[in-house]
Design a protein around this ligand. Sequence first.
Ligand code: SAH
Length: 353
Amino acid sequence: MTRGFVADLDLAGRRVVVRGGRAEALAPVTALLEAGADVTVVSDVPGTTIADLADRGLLTVRSEGDDGVLDGAALLVPATGDPDLDADAARRAAARGVLAVRPAVPLLPGGDGRGEVVLVGGGPGDPGLLTVAGLEAVRTADVLVVDRLAPLSVLQQVRPGAEVIDVAKIPRGTFTSQERINELLVEHGRAGRRVVRLKGGDNFVFGRGGEEWQACAAAGIPVRVVPGVSSAIAAPALAGIPLTHRQLTQGFTVVSGHLPPGDPGSTLDWAALARAGTTLVVLMGVATLPAITAELVAQGMAPGTPAATVADAGLPSQRDVRGRVDDIAALTLEAGIRPPAITVIGAVAGFRP
Ligand code: SAH
């Protein structure tokens, strides 16, 4: 993976200040994090993805009035998306003896009239797990509409002038509504632009890809699909858990855990899942894991059934917790696991190669 504008600089452990915390800053910020820099983002209103990276301790956000922010900095990267603000930030850095490196300024392209929307599955987070077709679509896009769980470091490969729009949703946090996302895809497609909708995993596995497709189809915009490696399959594999194994199970079932058993909105038959004899893969279930596992046991699943939770699969922070269906919720909580994480329940979760 190229590191774009910082490719030749040794920034490991060096403090780098990025001015701007919105979508324009995502590509430089991910490049700098990959280069091992200690990143401080200066922004009064950081976008959802930058706020989330700060929340996970991967970078620091400081307010715009903070004059001391350049002290000890090796580099300033202006990335506000506004050429005047960027030039001003570079001037102020120069006055303090801090070098400024400016990534390409995005200009909204007119499009070549052949508008289309490509639904690209980005895989679980490691840029190496994006498909060749997905990477090609990213490289040639005019507009990229991206999520927090998409492999953000590939944004360094977008062509100069492409616009990146951050529509991250955070569980129980701020979000861009699905209606607004559909509108964005349609608006840019209609303007003749090549639009890439880049999501984590596969767009049709709890990714609302079907709704986006319908919105585009209703507006007469051509849609292309590039399937992605779903975390439902990749996370167990990366943690060394085969989802099926000849002697152990003849199938797997993937469910969303965002609603606990008994919730009026839930349509899952937990009693059937407890008896199905397939590996059960629960996505979006960190908060509901105590209720889900208790229900599975209450419905007859053996309490000693192996279980594992895998967090941040495909990212440097990947980790897993192993246990049994009757203690995996407590172990997951104790380990301080936060989304994104999946839980695998079934004999294969106890697999040792
Ligand atoms: N379309 C995505 C799933 C979106 S729902 C896919 O196919 O992977 C979001 C849920 O996916 C998270 O709550 C988590 O359960 C799971 N997830 C996504 N990325 C993950 C990762 N890198 N590691 C573990 N779980 C992940």
